[in-house]
Structure formats: C-alpha cells, structure tokens
Design a protein around this ligand. Structure first.
Ligand code: APR
Length: 316
C-alpha cells in the first residue's frame, strides 16, 4: 500500500514548518512547492536528511512545479505574502488573491480529488477564493484559523489560571481577524464555565489579547508573522482528515444558511473527517455571540465583494 501524499504550497515559514511537522510525525509523503528556485528543494532535502535521526521514513520532495504533486490527498496552501508591523491581514488581499488563484488552479488540475486546506491570509477571503476557483464541493475546501485562535485563547487562559492547557476547552468562531468571536458560553476549565473562574474585566482583556494574538507576534518578529502555532494547527486538521478522526474543530467553512449566514466562509465548529468538512455543527449561541458572529461575517463579506469586483464577477 502506498503512503498518502500531501502537498504544501509555499516553502516559507508556515509551509516549511508544516511540512516538517508532517514529515517528523511520518504522516504522509510530502511535496513542498514554491516559486523560488532551490528553496523548496533545499528545505525538502534538509528535512529528508533529518529522517535517519527522527526515524521517519516518509519522502519529502521540493519542486517549483506541480507534476510531483499529482494525486495528493490533501493540499495545504500557504503561499503568499505575510504581514509586517502596521499591516492588517486585509492589506494582503489583492497580492495574495493573485497567488492563491494561480496555485489553486494548478493544484486542482493535478489532484482533482484532494482536500484543500487554506492558510494564506486574509484567511476567510482566501478560502472563499479557493472554493470559487477550484469548483470543489464545499466539503473539500476548508480554512485554518479557528484552531490557532483557540490555541492562543487556551494558552492565555492557562497562563492566567496556572492549569494545564489540556483541561481547557474553548471555541473561537468568526473570521480570522479583529472581529473573531471567542465563545465564552462554551469555554470551560475542568468542565467549569470560564466566566465563573475569571472576573469579567480580566476575561475581556484575555479575549482582546486573543483577538490581537497575530499582531502581538508580528510586532515582536518585525519581519514576518507567526508560524509555529499556525503549522501545528494545520497538522491537527491534516491528522483528522487523514485518519478520519472526525474531530470537532473550529475551522473556516462555507455556510449555506447555518447560523443565518449565506454563501460565505466563516469560522464555525465543524466535524473534520476523510471527506473533509463532514458536518457544520450548530451551537446554541447567546444573542451577543450571534450578533458578534454576524458582524464578523459582514467583514468577511466585504473582502469577498472586493474580490468579485476586482475579478468582474465570481473569480474562476
Ligand atoms: N507559488 C508558490 N509559492 C509562492 C507563490 C506562488 N505563486 N508566491 C509566493 N510564494 C511563496 C514565497 O516564495 C514564500 O516562500 O510563499 C512563501 C511564503 O512564505 P513566507 O513569506 O515565509 O510567509 P509565511 O509566514 O509562511 O506566511 C504565509 O500564511 O499565515 C499566513 O499571513 C500569512 O499569508 C501568509 C501565509
């Protein structure tokens, strides 16, 4: 039986770290693609040479074209430019729109049955774009954001309460931006609602730090954006799909009426399995959370409309 193949497009910080995590865990053969000559080849070879030490047998190949990617089960799109201090994720829209369109077309022509995981920012808009351009059913296009946002929220809660991150359950929904919606109603620590454990004002500060979590890293790094936590989040999605784990995870998925939102990619709880987004879970939200989710969706729609305007219709 041959091993599954995963393509990662973009051999920069997020892409290379994702490839490395997949290779270290021996999950699948990896093809790393980038436009810069030598970059994916060099990084792939370096990762492969780690195999004898880590004990991983998988193949890691780098390429500037897509022939090697043929028949991938999953393709992760990280290609694009990353934020620098002072930039919002939305500032990346038109540059990354062009890159993600081209990459999606190539991936789809070589791996028509793959599941696309989009990581490039602005995340929700780029996932929407990959959906339009790929022509795939909605199950097979999903964006990574909620797991990262949730991981940040859980990290800060764990620091605040001095308890293991393993005992903190949280959900962050909405768009991957300032309007993301941490669901306090379903955030628990050892099964106890978080609101009972942390005073309201302090909790509001932690929520704000979560919403600004990406910018906090960008301001520290100065030359790029986060990649350790983002790549870990991608790999959690990869494992759920590859092993049909049916994990319930916050991901960016196409809504067709769920949560009262139509024809838009927004972060919601989904069931992720071998078929991709197998189900969108309908959580009961408080009126405030529902309102925040709609506000978040409205800002995603704005970007989605800008892309349509630029392309003179739905981008293909
Ligand atoms: N095809 C393939 N690769 C491309 C293309 C393209 N058309 N255009 C750009 N790239 C590559 C770049 O050459 C670079 O190596 O994408 C890579 C991006 O890597 P980084 O600049 O290190 O950015 P990274 O931190 O990995 O972030 C990538 O993920 O989290 C998001 O906001 C982030 O949109 C950004 C993306």
């Amino acid at each position: 039986m041959s091993r599954p193949k995963i393509t990662v497009v973009g051999a920069g910080n997020v892409g290379a770290t994702t490839a490395q995590r997949i290779a270290d865990k021996g999950l699948a053969d990896v093809v790393l693609v980038d436009i810069i000559e030598g970059l994916p080849q060099g990084k792939a070879l370096d990762m492969r040479e780690a195999g004898p030490v880590t004990g991983s047998d998988v193949s890691v190949v780098g390429s500037n074209s897509y022939a090697e990617t043929a028949g991938s089960q999953i393709a992760v799109i990280t290609s694009g430019i990353a934020r620098r201090p002072g930039m919002s994720r939305d500032d990346l829209l038109f540059t990354n729109m062009d890159i993600v369109s081209k990459v999606t077309r190539e991936l789809v022509s070589h791996s028509p049955n793959c599941i696309l995981i989009v990581v490039t920012n602005p995340l929700d808009a780029m996932t929407q774009l990959a959906y339009w351009v790929s022509g795939f059913p909605r199950e097979r296009v999903v964006g990574m954001a909620g797991i990262l946002d949730t991981a940040r929220f859980r990290t800060f809660l764990s620091l605040e309460l001095n308890v293991s991150i393993r005992d903190i359950q949280a959900w962050v929904l909405g768009g991957h931006g300032d309007t993301m919606v941490p669901l306090l109603s379903s955030t628990t620590v050892g099964g106890q609602p978080v609101a009972k454990l942390i005073p309201k004002d302090r909790l509001a500060q932690i929520v704000k730090r979560t919403q600004d979590g990406g910018a906090e890293i960008v301001n520290l790094l100065k030359t790029g954006s986060a990649y350790y936590a983002p790549s870990a989040a991608v790999v959690e999605m990869v494992e759920s799909i590859l092993f049909d784990q049916k994990r319930l995870l916050p991901c960016c998925a196409y809504l067709q009426g769920e949560y009262g939102i139509h024809d838009l990619f927004v972060g919601v709880p989904v069931k992720l399995g071998a078929r991709g987004v197998e189900q969108i879970l309908q959580f009961e939200l408080s009126a405030e959370e529902q309102q925040a989710l709609h506000k978040s969706a409205a800002s995603v729609k704005e970007l989605s409309d800008k892309m349509k305007e630029k392309a003179g219709g739905v981008p293909k």
